[in-house]
Design a protein around this ligand. Sequence first.
Ligand code: ATP
Ligand code: MG
Length: 289
Amino acid sequence: MTSDGISNNGLAGSRFAMEYRLNHLDVVGSTSQSTFGIPVQTGFIDKNMSTENPPRTTVFRAVDIAKIYQMGEVNVHALRGVSLELYEHEFVVLLGASGSGKSTLLNILGGLDVPTTGTVHYLDRELTASDESALTRYRRENVGFVFQFYNLIPSLTARENVELITEIARDPMDPMAALDLVKLKDRANHFPAQLSGGEQQRVAIARAIAKKPKVLLCDEPTGALDVETGIVVLEAIARINHELGTTTAVITHNAAIARMADRVISLSNGQISGVHENASKISANELEW
Ligand SMILES: Nc1ncnc2c1ncn2[C@@H]1O[C@H](COP(=O)(O)OP(=O)(O)OP(=O)(O)O)[C@@H](O)[C@H]1O
Ligand SMILES: [Mg+2]
């Protein structure tokens, strides 16, 4: 592994970008305007772009998505016209009060739910034009999920829980390598009941990333953990983002966690209320909350 950790593992960085570009020869050299007014490179390097500001591949592009849940007579507006882009390799925190629409948004990006209106693209694939089986394939091949509750199989060891995924994935990691990334190799033969909450969450993270997903979507991964344990879990997520280049989105209520992110997208009442780019991010063990 090189110092940037993404050049030689065949997953992120060059190969991912290359595959994407090969699929996008029709947009070579073109740029588009991002939701936030930033020109976004969608194809090959634009000669006009400075080397200090390298082009970013857009992994997700959501345009004006709304989600309305119909509950009998009542319409619940979970999302009200959200447009955003997430870029290759970045670490994004989605911040917002309870009920602001964070999980709804993450579930839509992850292909677990569909918006009522608006469009969502994952690279060149329009998720909002995909049927159920295409969405299932999309999730299986591209997305790792981590939820607040770990959903491990109690009768399987840590390693076996990870193997459940590696046995069906196309190009998985070695399960022990995945456990090593979350610093749990020495607990591989333990059952969930023999692991702490934080350790169980790290097994869940190892399971999520063992198939080498291009994106990792985490819905309050530290929600059930105390501060110290939460930090260890966040360190594992940050390590995966850094070493595998996995585009990572983490939902939290906790504004302190936002300082770890490249970008912080705040949601309020189903809308984006702010986007903040951290000039410098801090590591998980520097967090205070
Ligand atoms: N399946 C559903 N059916 C009906 N309403 C829903 C459903 N899922 C979410 N909602 C509603 O949509 C709104 C946004 O919910 P969402 O779960 O996205 O919020 P959140 O920001 O993740 O909140 P929390 O921090 O509490 O998890 C809420 O008012 C919620 O009650
Ligand atoms: Mg939620």
